[in-house]
Ligand binder design. Sequence first.
Ligand code: APR
Length: 267
Amino acid sequence: MDDLESLAAEIDRASTVVALTGAGISAPSGVPTFRGDDGVWEHFDEGQFTYGRFQRDPAGFWDDRGDLQRELFGEAYEPNAAHVALAELAAEGYLDAVVTQNTDGLHRDATARVRGATADGENDTTDESEGTDHEILELHGNARRVRCVDCGRRQDADPVFERAEDGDLPPRCDCGGTFKPDVVLFGEQLPGAVIQRARTLAGESDVFLAIGSSLVVQPAASLPRQAAADGTLAVINLEETPCDGDAAVVCRADVTEAVPRLRELVR
Ligand code: APR
């Protein structure tokens, strides 16, 4: 945690600061991580949740996805001190963007909480600000929504998962198209505009904070290295990551201690 002082000074001087977050930032809220001890992929077979399976066998995909959705989002989660500290840093003008791999929507909830409003949950994955103090880019989509693969209509995921649970498999939109969770599945390309925007942010950042991610899933995992080429990379994560060697600061601490501490030091 000692290095956080020098990092805070860099953030103070920087004109563009970007955070990339992963499952580790939501773990203290109770959301399971994917890897590591008791990670979701220890209990579920990643191979059943690919885009290829969705296309080949949408009914089977939806059947299994219901179990995964319950495991991941079966409870109502609240943003924790790390989400809130990032939202506060943004509101105070120190943080320009949060690029997240998480699909839990907790950065938006934290931002809404800091602004004293309620999250509307309607934002697009590429949403730029929409009244927030900073940009929140949900690289892998948002699991609270589903999207029709034909007409593109988005809607709240809960009623659609309920229909699937009642045997309406695969659940379909009024237009007849199949609904898909509004997340990027394994084997599915990220929307071009989204990854392009993330690369631009990484390239423009003077300070890039990689927080709570194992940094092994591409293309998100390439962003820290890209940012380090021209700016300062800091990694805040409990475990070692493949990007630690590129980082000026590696903080092996719980996000709920390190991120609020960083915010205190910046102010
Ligand atoms: N504080 C700091 N770090 C933590 C904490 C914590 N409280 N809890 C967990 N971590 C760290 C773990 O040590 C681990 O390295 O968070 C990291 C989470 O890594 P992953 O579970 O691999 O999550 P992530 O990097 O977000 O995964 C990327 O993989 O399966 C896909 O689409 C899914 O978006 C996800 C992507």
